[in-house]
Design a protein around this ligand. Sequence first.
Ligand code: NAP
Length: 265
Amino acid sequence: MTLKQKYGSTALVAGASEGIGAAFADYLAAEGMDLVLIARHPVPLQQFADYLQNKYKVETICLSYDLADQNSTQQILESLNGKEINLIVYNAALSYIGPFIKNSVQNHSHMAQVNMMTPLYMLHAFGEKMVNKGKGAIILMASLAGFQGSGYLSVYAATKAFNRVLAESLWFEWKNSGVDVIACCAGATATPGYKNSNPEKTGFFTPRVLAPEEVAAECFKKLGNKPSFITGRGNRIASFIMQNIIPRKMAITIMGDTTRKMYRL
Ligand SMILES: NC(=O)c1ccc[n+]([C@@H]2O[C@H](COP(=O)([O-])OP(=O)(O)OC[C@H]3O[C@@H](n4cnc5c(N)ncnc54)[C@H](OP(=O)(O)O)[C@@H]3O)[C@@H](O)[C@H]2O)c1
């Protein structure tokens, strides 16, 4: 059964113009789903939408909103004017790498809005409609950084823990209503955002950096079967060791030390 047959014909991708979000959108278009694509910058978003439309003959709607705006969910709902959404990928996130105190509280708050509050609002608005209809799917992007305290990624890591726990909770609440929810817990992925952060390789045993397309494809294999999953075998092994073999204090220390070295802090 295709995603379109299982969930319906229209998917919304928040944070769609590049990286993992673009890989999700491409996968969904290849499945024949029409798309609502959201990002802040309208030009690259429209160019990507045109590319998908030409390649897969699907319909696209581009909405240029800043998901850091508290009213963005309301604005999106108004723009959609009652259009049914059958699958949501909430991919956009802000991140800050550095000492907690050096970032302004306003910037931390923006991160909390984009990464936690807007997905919460969107899940409430669209999830209710999906539950009433008895079918739908929601993917929230989480991160290995959210599995333990992650020094120098503190607020970002905490927002990613929020996404994982929210998705897992709604997976349970909605599993008998025909709505599949999953947290996609990614490790390092070769997106423009990741490359621009200019990370240094920290050691021989660092898990392989995945391609965005691998992340999207793996997620659709797991959607409907699991409340959350970790992308890539190397990341799963590293995470198993961090969560189950070594003491939590050591896991937090390794995470903080690795980030400090990767970003020369
Ligand atoms: N890349 C990794 O190594 C990695 C690892 C673990 C988890 N993740 C998670 O995977 C997700 C995607 O990461 P990514 O590296 O592909 O890039 P990203 O920078 O989080 O997302 C890029 C996309 O989101 C849009 N976007 C960013 N901020 C937005 C905002 N405030 N409002 C609306 N749209 C916004 C961007 O377009 P505009 O700039 O035009 O708005 C772009 O289309 C994130 O949730 C991240 O936490 C990534």
